[in-house]
Design a protein around this ligand. Structure first.
Ligand code: FES
Ligand code: MG
Length: 571
């Protein structure tokens, strides 16, 4: 029978009850029931992690992508075997999709590890699925390529272009301000998402797709191909062929995701003015390789990385325009002097080889040159200080610079419920110069760190035309949102961070120039508050919620589970 020294394909990982040949015989007998010829069963096996789900509209195109990957694998001499994993559709999950990201990463890791495969193609797309797959695959350690579902195409609606979900917010703001009526908002609702694929702007899904390409995990040039474009299927087919080359060459995901490629991804994140969520996800991905993403280093990179890409929510264009303009390759060519070019990619080429060989077309309306950037510095910055000893994040590219150096009075909401109950109260004591503060929406809170950081402007101020004010929380923000919004305050309120002890009327100072965020309350008063104000992290008695409660790390550690991080001696 086959050689036990180096089992491949379906002979991998056979249970050994004393007669391994019997175990193999039994496995092959079962595999043959699928109708495969015996020759095919001796080929290298490529697992295809499918995330199709009717609870995930962004993944509507996954079955077609699976078929295309299979074609590529078969044509290159491998046996493709599709398997399902958890799928996370951002709008459908309670309390949040982030709460389940680590569960999906565990499912992905263990199914790659537990089933007999030589390499794996991951098909992800919606916000949390891309990082969850990368985290799991990195821990599993096989040759790996990712394929993303691709962005939605925009719609033509009454003379304007609509795409999820910056335009969703724009229309909702109009509705809240009384500019449009119920009938119109219902009509808009049916016109925002009109194709398969992920949100059409540089939201979290598009950001993570871009970073997966920057890391080298997507085939070059494939992050921004629209979901419904034939090139998306061609990319999937090519990925099916490329994974066999990686298997033959013995190139694993650990050869691709390294300290250097993580730094390249951070550069690209800053240059595309990507989603704040990506910092949490990249930190978690890096942690699976034992690499720390330091927010001080993020600030250094931010100071030296220009914003080059003009996409919504901060700019003018949509993801399909980035594809037509040259894609992430065009961005990386501009950043070339700043990048680590020896990094390996899933194409089997180094990044240097990739950037030298690819088509160099670029549309400067969408991707600016390094010398004439949209903004000279990166879109994201970390703030530190007495309110956020372990850091907080501000997407300065999406914020109002007149609010960057400012002291204000805190108007505090103690929870999401409190916010919902009071934000539109006509008697709420709030002015446009105040700082809205939301507590108990961080990773340790019962809400599991939702995208609630985009606090609505109180109705009475919105009605006067106010579009932005300083908002501070331990929550996250959707990648499609914008405003002067300080997020991920760490430690979060529910784990006893200073944010928990902010009271109405306290003074807070932010300085983007100095990277500071200070709660102007003296230490004696803070000590008193720590004694008298209760902190209540959420309780979970059983199941996954208990695992989450016991294991989840803070925002600056990527909200991964402690025991899933790579550490010496852990396998
Ligand atoms: Fe899936 Fe926006 S809801 S990417
Ligand atoms: Mg999103």
């Amino acid at each position: 029978m086959a050689d036990d020294q180096a089992p491949v394909g379906l002979s991998r990982g056979l249970t050994n009850y004393g007669d391994r040949d019997f175990a193999r015989y039994l496995r092959l007998a079962n595999a043959r029931s699928m109708g495969f010829g015996s020759g095919l069963l001796k080929k290298p096996v490529i697992g295809i992690a499918s995330t199709y789900s009717e609870f995930n509209n962004c993944h509507r195109g996954v079955p077609d992508l699976v078929d295309a990957v299979k074609r590529g694998v078969l044509a290159s001499g491998g046996l493709p075997l599709e398997f399902p994993t958890i799928s996370l559709g951002e709008p459908y999950l309670n309390p949040t999709a982030l709460f389940f990201r680590n569960l999906m990463s565990m499912d992905t890791e263990e199914m790659i590890r537990g089933q007999p495969m030589d390499g794996v193609v991951l098909i992800g797309g919606c916000d949390k699925t891309v990082p969850a797959q990368l985290m799991g695959a990195l821990s599993a350690g096989l040759p790996t390529i990712q394929v993303v579902t691709g962005p939605q195409s925009t719609n033509q609606y009454r003379g304007e272009r609509l795409g999820a979900c910056t335009d969703c917010r724009r229309y909702w703001a109009k509705y809240r301000a009384g500019e449009i009526d119920d009938a119109r908002i219902e009509d808009v609702e049916g016109n925002l998402v009109v194709t398969a694929g992920t949100c059409a702007v540089m939201g979290t899904a598009s950001t993570m797709a871009s970073l997966s390409e920057a890391l080298g995990m997507l085939l070059p040039g494939t992050a921004a191909i629209p979901a419904v474009h034939a090139d998306r299927l061609r990319a999937a087919e090519a990925s099916g062929a490329a994974i066999l080359d990686l298997v033959k060459a013995g190139i694993t995901v650990s050869d691709i995701i390294t300290e250097e490629s993580i730094e390249n991804a951070l550069r690209v994140l800053l240059a595309i003015s990507g989603s704040t969520n990506a910092i949490i996800h990249l930190t978690a991905i890096a942690g699976r390789a034992g690499i720390k993403v330091d927010l001080n280093r993020l600030n250094e990179l931010s100071d030296t990385t220009p914003v080059l890409v003009d996409l919504k929510p901060t700019g003018a264009f949509y993801m399909e325009d980035l594809h037509a303009a040259g894609g992430i390759g065009a961005v990386m060519r501009e950043l070339k002097p700043l990048l680590h070019l020896d990094c390996m990619t899933s194409s089997g080429q180094t990044l240097r080889e990739r950037l030298e060989t690819q088509d160099d077309f670029v549309d400067r309306k969408v991707v600016r040159s390094f010398d004439e950037p949209l903004q000279p510095q990166g879109g994201l910055v970390a703030l530190f200080g007495s309110l956020a000893p372990r850091g907080a994040i501000l997407k300065r590219a999406a914020a109002d610079p007149t609010l960057f150096e400012k002291e204000g009075r805190a108007v505090v909401f103690s929870s999401l419920e409190d916010l919902a109950d009071r934000v539109d109260d006509p008697d709420l004591d709030v002015t446009e110069d105040d700082f809205m503060v939301l507590q108990n929406a961080g990773p340790l809170s019962p809400s599991g760190m939702p995208e609630a950081g985009y606090l609505p402007i109180p109705k009475k101020l919105a009605a006067k035309g106010l579009k932005d004010m300083v908002r501070i929380s331990d929550a996250r923000m959707s990648g499609t949102a914008y405003g002067t919004i300080v997020l991920h305050v760490s430690p979060d309120a529910a784990s006893g961070g200073p944010l928990a002890f902010v009271k109405n009327g306290d003074r807070i100072r932010i300085s983007v120039k100095e990277r500071r965020i200070e709660l102007l309350v003296d230490e004696a008063e803070m000590a008193e508050r720590r004694k008298t104000m209760p902190v209540t992290p959420f309780e979970a008695k059983r199941g996954y919620a208990r695992l989450y409660r016991n294991e989840v790390l803070l925002a600056d550690e990527g909200c991964d589970f402690d025991s899933l991080r790579a550490e010496p001696g852990r396998t």
